[in-house]
Design a binder for this molecule. Structure first.
Ligand code: MN
Ligand code: MN
Length: 465
C-alpha cells in the first residue's frame, strides 16, 4: 500500500518556484534579460519596435518578402506592414498545407497619443493635447517624466523622427496633478475620473516669443514653441496633422529588487512576448514547418485597422506561400497552430481580492498557458480545446519548459482579450501563452527574469517541433 504522502505526490499537481525546480535557469535568465532590457528601452513605440526588429532580422539573414519570388526551405523573410506591424518567417521543409507554426505578439502599448491639433497655450504655459490609447489608469501618468516619440511628415514629403526625453541630457515633458492641499473636490472623484481625458495635457514650454514685434501677437508662448520646432525640425503647426506622436514614460528599463530578480519597464505588455518570440524565431534554422512570427499593432484597442490582427495580412501571407508551393491555402490555415503570445496578470498579494489564487499565475513560475480569456462568462475569448492544450502541455513537459496555467482574475471581476480569437477565427488552432506581469498597463510594469527566459524557451520548443 502507498502512504498518503506518496499518493498525494503522485495524484496532486502544483507548480514550484523556478529557482527551486530549475536552479540552472537563473544565470541564463540574467544574460538573456540584459539584451531584453536594451530592446525594451529602445523600442517605445510600434514604429521603433518594427525598425529595431527589422534591423535584427537583416543581421540574421532575413530579406524583405516578395510575393512573386520562389522561396526554399530554410529561407528567412520579413513582411513590413505599414511600419507599424511586422512578420518574420522561416520557410519549412514541408509545404504549408501541412500547417504552419504561428507565434503572435503585439508591439503597441498603452500611451498618450497627440491629438491632430495638439498645440495651445494657457496662462502663458505651452501645452500639447493628448488622447489616451488603450486601457490606462490616467492618474498614473501625471507628475512623472515623459518622453515624446514619433514621426511627423512635412509639406515636401520628407519626415522627421522625434525621440525626445530618453537621453540623460534631453528635456522631458510633464502632466500636472493638483496639490493635495487643494484637492478636496478632486478627492471626491471616482478613480476613472481622477484625471479626465481632457486633463491629460502635456506641458512643453513656458517662455514667450521675445523677438521683434512680440508685443503685437497673442499666444507668444505657443509662438516661441513653434519657432523652436521650426528652427530645429523645419515644422509648422499644420505638420501635426500628418504625424503619429506618442507620449510615453521617459527612461530605461531597470532591475528591481536587492536580488535584481525582476525588471521594471515601459511596455512589457507585450514587448516581452515580442522579444522572446523574436529571439526564438531568429534562432530557428531549417524548421520542419514554416514559422510565422507576428508582431501586431492595435491589440490594445481591439486589433482594429490594417495593422491589427482583425486584418487579413497574416492570412494573405499564408495564402501567398500556398500559391507559391502550389498547395491549398485553406488547408494550410486549417492545419496551422498558433501561440497567441501575450502577457498574463500575475497574482499580486497586495490586491489578492481581485484574484482566484488556485487559478492565478505567479511570477517566477514560468510561461503562463491560458486556456481562455474574456469577461462576463468567457465573452470574447478563444477557448482553446482540450486537444491543443494536451499537445502543448506534452511539448513543454518533454522539452523541460517551465510553465503554469491561469485565468484572468476572479470570475466577474473584469477580464480582457488577446489576439487569440482573431487568429482562431481564421481557422487556426490557437492558445494563449506569455509572461506573467505585475501592474499590467501601468507606466512601469514588472516582470521576473526567470519568467522571461522560460517564455523564450516555450517559443523555441514550439517553433522547432
Ligand atoms: Mn497584451
Ligand atoms: Mn494589454
Amino acid at each position: 500500500m502507498k502512504s498518503a504522502k506518496e499518493l498525494q505526490k503522485e495524484l496532486t499537481y502544483s507548480v514550484g518556484h523556478i529557482s527551486k525546480t530549475n536552479p540552472e535557469m537563473w544565470a541564463k535568465s540574467v544574460d538573456f534579460c540584459e539584451a531584453y532590457k536594451d530592446f525594451l528601452s529602445n523600442s517605445k513605440t510600434e514604429r521603433e519596435s518594427v525598425s529595431n526588429i527589422i534591423e535584427m532580422a537583416k543581421a540574421n539573414g532575413y530579406e524583405e518578402y516578395c510575393p512573386y519570388k520562389k522561396y526554399n526551405a530554410g529561407d528567412k523573410v520579413y513582411i513590413n506592414n505599414r511600419n507599424r506591424a511586422l512578420m518574420l518567417s522561416t520557410i519549412g521543409q514541408l509545404t504549408v498545407d501541412n500547417g504552419t507554426h504561428i507565434v503572435a505578439s503585439h508591439i503597441d502599448v498603452p500611451r498618450l497619443d497627440l491629438k491632430p491639433m495638439p498645440m495651445y497655450e494657457s496662462s502663458e504655459i505651452g501645452y500639447l493635447k493628448t488622447h489616451y490609447y488603450g486601457g490606462v489608469k490616467r492618474y498614473q501618468w501625471a507628475a512623472m517624466p515623459l518622453a515624446i516619440h514619433g514621426v511627423i511628415y512635412k509639406e515636401d514629403g520628407s519626415f522627421e523622427t522625434l525621440n525626445i526625453g530618453e537621453n540623460e541630457n534631453d528635456p522631458v515633458f510633464y502632466i500636472s496633478d493638483l496639490l493635495p492641499h487643494l484637492a478636496k473636490d478632486q478627492r471626491e472623484r471616482k478613480m476613472n475620473d481622477v484625471l479626465r481625458g481632457e486633463e491629460m495635457n502635456v506641458i512643453v514650454s513656458s517662455l514667450p516669443f521675445t523677438g521683434e514685434g512680440a508685443d503685437e501677437v497673442s499666444e507668444a508662448v505657443k509662438l516661441a514653441t513653434l519657432v523652436y520646432l521650426n528652427e530645429t525640425y523645419g515644422l509648422t503647426e499644420k505638420d501635426f496633422l500628418r504625424a503619429e506622436i506618442e507620449v510615453v514614460p521617459a527612461g530605461k528599463a531597470r532591475d528591481v529588487g536587492f536580488d535584481r530578480s525582476m525588471i521594471a519597464g515601459y511596455g512589457h505588455d507585450d514587448r516581452v512576448c515580442a522579444y522572446t518570440s523574436l529571439m526564438a524565431e531568429l534562432e530557428t534554422k531549417n524548421p520542419t514547418k514554416t514559422t510565422v512570427t507576428i508582431f501586431a499593432d492595435k491589440e490594445e484597442i481591439g486589433s482594429a485597422g490594417a495593422t491589427g490582427l482583425c486584418a487579413d495580412y497574416f492570412i494573405n501571407y499564408i495564402h501567398n506561400l500556398a500559391l507559391m508551393q502550389g498547395v491549398n491555402g485553406y488547408v494550410a490555415l486549417n492545419q496551422s497552430k498558433c501561440l497567441s503570445a501575450d502577457v498574463g496578470a500575475a497574482y499580486d498579494p497586495t490586491f489578492a481580492d481581485a484574484y482566484e489564487a488556485r487559478n492565478s499565475c505567479y511570477i517566477n513560475k514560468g510561461a503562463v498557458l491560458t486556456k481562455y480569456t474574456g469577461s462576463g462568462g468567457k465573452g470574447g475569448t478563444n477557448d482553446c480545446g482540450a486537444e491543443f492544450m494536451a499537445e502543448m502541455i506534452a511539448l513543454f513537459d518533454e522539452k523541460g519548459v517551465c510553465w503554469q496555467s491561469q485565468e484572468l482574475g476572479k470570475v466577474d471581476q473584469g477580464g480582457g482579450g488577446t489576439v487569440a480569437r482573431y487568429i482562431a477565427e481564421a481557422d487556426v488552432t490557437t492558445v494563449d501563452i506569455g509572461v506573467p506581469v505585475i501592474s499590467m498597463h501601468a507606466p512601469w510594469e514588472l516582470v521576473s527574469k526567470l519568467d522571461v527566459y522560460a517564455t523564450y524557451e516555450a517559443f523555441v520548443a514550439f517553433l522547432n517541433r
